[in-house]
Write a protein of this length. Structure first.
Length: 309
């Protein structure tokens, strides 16, 4: 933890001005040099009379803000705070919105919105690449071992090498229609849907939860549950997928020895922003089994902090 704090202090000194952050964002957005979003011309004039620089195309005259077309578009929060959030979310343990708000000095709502916009960029990264080669797929649960209504069925898939070690990981919530609601278990066609949506379909093997031949899968299942509860005190079904994609994003970068901050900044620079209304809209979730209605309110707020791998 001391090393992380020291690294964060060094990071803040490196990106202590809007200009330093804007320069880094420019490089991440246009690594091969400026290209006009309208005509793709490379010639431009820089206009520095505003808080954030504008880039005017020398060919068509279009003026482009440094944050236009990025995850940060429309935000009045300073780039220095955005970069601090980028750094903290790229750390192995991630960070809760409550802690983030205190560290970077913004309201909880602003920290929550920044965090989810960054997770949206991570989800774009996840969606950009399918599992390929030899793929193994296995269902598991997140949530309470004792309260069925809180258990969230999930599917873990991974491309593996000849030693059955993962090289690329995805963790997904199945659609509620693909789940046996009474048992909270993924149906066979739920696994088939995962295979269709997230793999190249070449060499895919489905495993049951009882399969003991994949210890690395067991460890990943344990780690994602522990991380969700230790860092966030549990996550409900509505936003769970965003956190699962965040977890997988960092795992995949670690497997490839890619610096997490650089990768996240690159995806933020190329991901259009998502608005609050879109983030908070209703999503399909599993209904509560009828036999659990009487017990749900008694244990509400407690069962989500429990987990089973």
């Amino acid at each position: 933890m001391e090393d992380i704090c020291q690294d964060f202090a060094d990071f803040c000194r490196r990106f202590d001005t809007e200009q330093a952050c804007a320069d880094a964002l420019f490089q991440a957005r246009w690594p091969d040099g400026f290209r006009c979003p309208s005509c793709a011309d490379s010639r431009y004039y820089r206009i520095s009379t505003r808080r954030l620089p504008l880039y005017e195309c020398a060919h068509c005259g279009l003026q482009t803000s440094i944050i236009a077309g990025t995850a940060m578009e429309g935000s009045s929060t300073s780039l220095t705070r955005w970069f601090q959030a980028l750094f903290l979310l790229s750390q192995p343990s991630g960070i809760s919105s409550l802690r983030l708000s205190k560290i970077i000095g913004v309201t909880y709502k602003t920290a929550w919105l920044i965090s989810h916009k960054l997770r949206h960029a991570m989800q774009r990264a996840d969606a950009s690449e399918s599992l390929t080669g030899t793929v193994r797929v296995q269902p598991f649960h997140y949530g309470s071992l004792f309260f069925l209504d809180s258990r969230q069925p999930l599917i873990l898939g991974a491309s593996v090498n000849e030693q059955n070690e993962p090289t690329h990981v995805k963790i997904k919530q199945p659609h509620p229609n693909h789940v046996d609601n009474e048992q909270r278990s993924v149906l066979r066609f739920g696994l088939d849907a995962f295979e269709k949506d997230h793999t190249d379909g070449q060499q895919v093997t489905h495993h049951t939860r009882a399969d003991k031949s994949l210890p690395v899968f067991k460890r990943l299942q344990w780690f994602v549950g522990a991380w969700l509860n230790d860092t966030f005190n549990g996550i409900g079904a509505k936003h769970l997928q965003a956190y699962l994609d965040e977890f997988a994003f960092r795992v995949n970068l670690k497997l490839r020895s890619v610096p997490a901050f650089d990768a996240l900044l690159g995806w933020c620079a190329s991901t259009p922003t998502i608005i609050y209304k879109e983030l908070t809209k209703d999503r399909p979730v599993l209904p509560v089994p009828w036999r659990m209605w009487g017990s749900r309110s008694k244990w509400r707020g407690r069962h989500l902090s429990l987990w089973t791998a």
